[in-house]
Design a protein around this ligand. Structure first.
Ligand code: XIL
Length: 384
């Protein structure tokens, strides 16, 4: 798999100090008491939902896992269960079982659902990619199939999904040559349907569920790769969509970090704020901070400094969101190191989440608790 990031510089921020200056306690939705130190309870004090990506199949059967999902998080994302290959494995035959189970679980536990994702080049059903490759699905038919997919999926979950990641990862990376509009010409969808498909998919999703928040989701869009080019491309493109009246509500910044590159937390916060100043909401949607480890089973960092860098960068990610009032949720991409996508995707790396391979909370967990506690009561959110 490609490297998500190339380089960046480490910059400390005065974020923690600034947070201490924010006054006044404001009550929020699920009304957790002061003694509840779960992430969700602490986040609720500032109207910030804290989330995780969930493997729907593990809920119920795995008690340790299930208790953490229910107790610590106020929003959940299906890690895979709402992707196209999961919901329509055979053409015209839908299977909503796993996704419905997650939505039910969320309802039972007072959690908001992030829907992920409607248009993405990965995890497409093979009947679709094969049909396109062998010419039996023309581009005109592909557009109709996508229209139907978006409409059917958003309709199925109408009223049950808080935010949709409507379009995922269509912009060129800094090591690729962008189109004039910043999109990746080699992206499956852009290649077949052109840039205009982006706005159309938002329109289709909005028609199917006018109340859901519709997000554009991507990585390296807040300077993580050491340039701000991808941020600028997304910013310009989305501003243009808004000017055309396309119903896009916000930006999902995935937040996949790696300690080997460092992290410019000021750049990140400034970019989130710039999106917010466009009138968009922002969400951190897939946070994890990976580092080199001894092996994929134990995931002990090989560099002794990583045990400090990992929670430090997690903390910077959260504080940037806390300091941008348009940031409505902070989601971690998985519950514990034992079920993270990292070891299988980035050779030699792991240790990316808040809980270790044995489901024990790590320093990153208590660091986020502390960050949330320091900021509790900040009157920043109007729309949890
Ligand atoms: C990953 C899942 O975590 C894995 O289980 C799956 O095998 C591949 O996809 N960006 C995204 C997510 O938007 O959907 C990806 O999730 C991680 C990168």
């Amino acid at each position: 798999m490609k490297q998500l990031r190339r380089r960046s510089t480490l910059v400390a921020t005065g974020a923690a100090a600034a947070l201490l200056l924010i006054p006044a306690a404001v009550a929020f939705a699920n009304g957790s008491g002061g003694s509840d130190t779960s992430l969700r309870a602490l986040g609720s004090k500032q109207g910030l939902r804290i989330g995780t990506a969930v493997d729907a199949a593990r809920l119920g059967g795995d008690k340790g896992y299930t208790d953490i999902v229910a107790g610590q998080f106020s929003t959940v994302t299906a890690e895979n269960a709402m992707k196209w290959e999961s919901v329509e494995p055979s053409r015209g035959v839908y299977d909503w079982t796993a996704a419905d189970q997650l939505v039910r679980f969320a309802r039972q536990h007072g959690q908001a659902v992030r829907g992920h994702t409607l248009m993405w080049h990965n995890q497409l059903p093979s009947w679709l990619t094969t049909g396109v490759a062998n010419g039996s699905i023309s581009d005109a038919q592909l557009r109709d199939i996508l229209h139907r997919h978006v409409t059917d999926e958003v309709t199925h979950f109408k009223g049950k999904v808080w935010q949709w990641d409507v379009v995922n990862e269509v912009f060129a990376n800094s090591w690729e040559t962008p189109q004039a509009d910043g999109l990746n010409a080699d992206d499956f969808w852009i290649k077949h349907l052109g840039s205009g498909i982006v706005g159309d998919v938002f329109r289709w999703a909005h028609k199917a569920d006018p109340k859901a928040l519709l997000m554009y989701n991507d990585y390296n869009i807040t300077g993580e790769d050491g340039t701000n080019a991808k941020f600028q491309a997304v910013y310009d493109f989305v501003r243009n969509l808004r000017e055309q009246g396309v119903p896009i509500d916000g930006i999902g910044e995935q937040g996949h970090l790696d300690t080997q590159y460092g992290f410019d937390a000021q750049r990140y916060q400034a970019d989130l704020q710039a999106f917010g100043d466009l009138g968009l909401k922002v969400a951190v949607t897939e946070a994890d901070v990976r580092t080199f480890v001894d092996n994929p089973t134990d995931q002990v960092p090989t560099d002794s400094l990583a045990q400090y860098a990992q929670p430090y960068e997690f903390s910077e990610l959260l504080k940037g969101c806390e300091l941008v009032k348009q940031c409505i949720s902070f989601t971690v991409w998985g519950v514990y190191d034992g079920d993270s996508w990292i070891p299988g995707t980035f050779g030699g790396e792991g240790y990316g989440l808040l809980y270790d391979v044995n489901l024990k909370p790590k320093t990153a967990y208590s660091t986020l608790q502390q960050d949330l506690r320091l900021a509790a009561g900040a009157p920043r959110h109007t729309n949890g």
